[in-house]
Design a protein around this ligand. Structure first.
Ligand code: NAP
Length: 302
């Protein structure tokens, strides 16, 4: 099955390569929206349900990319992307690949060179929702690279979620992705460690969560981040309402309390070390957001 590129979204052909939990969700949603959907996966049986609902199972990667004007790639990482797509050979020439696999900016840039050598139009992207939220209009999908490729296939891509274009630098989508996941893991770890801390006194997670989250959302998130982002850009950290030295004291108490209560203390010790580094840089009298100056530099050796 081969096709010519088309700008009409529904009932046009689309190919999905990679049928892990995320690729399956993408293919299902595209199929539900009326696209003629071709799929390929290293383990072919994962396509069985899609095929039963009318999808076409390509026998080879070359057949898969030839079936549609646009191919969505959703594999575990960029090594897998190259391992899979290298086998398509000349079939890639003139095709559009939208790579939604996770990776690093360096890998995204290398993928652009790889695609250019093969005559492929390449758009990099990242998915910011779990599989069960794919297809909702407010589910964020990040894209970076050539905007004309996004615009040409916007209708198809918008079927999977809200396409947010970040700019022509192809590494931006995966960079935003890792930045946002970093924020998510750090926030989750903060909550989980705090819950372990009060749990050492027999407080249940349910009991703690109610108070903790209602306190955290308005008093920490709103005032520290949204309100002070402009100060981060300006490098302006007035310490009139509380200094880094005061915050180091709090971090010292968290570290000691963790040890006294018999819970894990690596995380508070790391936060204490970062505050100490900020003070060593001369920010002892600034507010806590000055740790941004520490984070902007590579970690000290050792
Ligand atoms: P995954 O485990 O990250 O990826 C599974 C897919 O990669 C399967 O299709 C698997 O094929 C394929 N694969 C891995 N190594 C391969 C290789 N060497 N050769 C050929 N195929 C290979 O599961 P996923 O959840 O579907 O994630 C896909 C991508 O979406 C990842 O980059 C992930 O970070 C991203 N993502 C996932 C979520 C989520 O919540 N799941 C959310 C946002 C973004 P087989 O089936 O044959 O093993």
């Amino acid at each position: 099955m081969t096709s010519q590129p088309s700008t009409h979204s529904q009932h046009t052909n689309v190919t999905v390569i990679g049928l892990g939990p995320m690729g399956l969700a993408l293919a299902e949603v595209l199929q539900d929206r009326g696209h003629n959907t071709t799929v390929w996966n290293r383990t072919p049986a994962k396509a069985d349900d899609l095929v039963a609902r009318g999808a076409h199972r390509a026998e080879t990667v070359a057949e898969a990319v030839s079936a549609s004007p646009v191919t969505i790639v959703c594999l575990s990482d960029y090594d897998a992307v190259h391992a899979v797509l290298d086998s398509a050979g000349d079939a890639l020439k003139g095709r559009v690949l939208v790579n939604l696999s996770s990776g690093t900016p360096k890998e995204a840039h290398a993928a652009v060179d790889w695609a250019a050598e093969r005559g492929v139009s390449y758009l990099d992207g990242a998915i910011m929702v779990p599989p069960f939220l794919v297809g909702r209009p407010d589910s964020v999908f990040l894209y970076s690279g050539p905007q004309d490729v996004l615009d040409e296939h916007r209708e198809t891509l918008a079927g999977m979620g809200d396409p947010r274009y970040l700019g022509p630098d192809p590494g931006l989508a995966v960079l935003y992705n890792t930045a946002l996941l970093n924020m998510m893991y750090a926030t989750m770890n903060g909550f989980l460690h705090a819950t372990a801390l009060v749990g050492s006194a027999g407080v249940s997670a349910v009991e703690f969560a109610d108070l903790a989250l209602n306190w955290f959302m308005p008093s920490v998130l709103d005032s520290s981040f949204a309100g002070q982002a402009a100060d981060l850009d300006a490098g302006h950290y007035p310490g009139d309402a509380g200094t880094m030295e005061m915050n180091l004291n709090a971090l010292e108490h968290i570290t000691r309390t963790s040890a006294e209560q018999g819970v894990h203390s690596d995380q508070p010790r790391l936060m204490r070390s970062v505050a100490e580094q900020a003070i060593a840089l001369g920010h002892g009298g600034d507010n806590y957001l000055a740790v941004f100056e520490v984070f902007k530099k590579a970690s000290p050796a050792g």
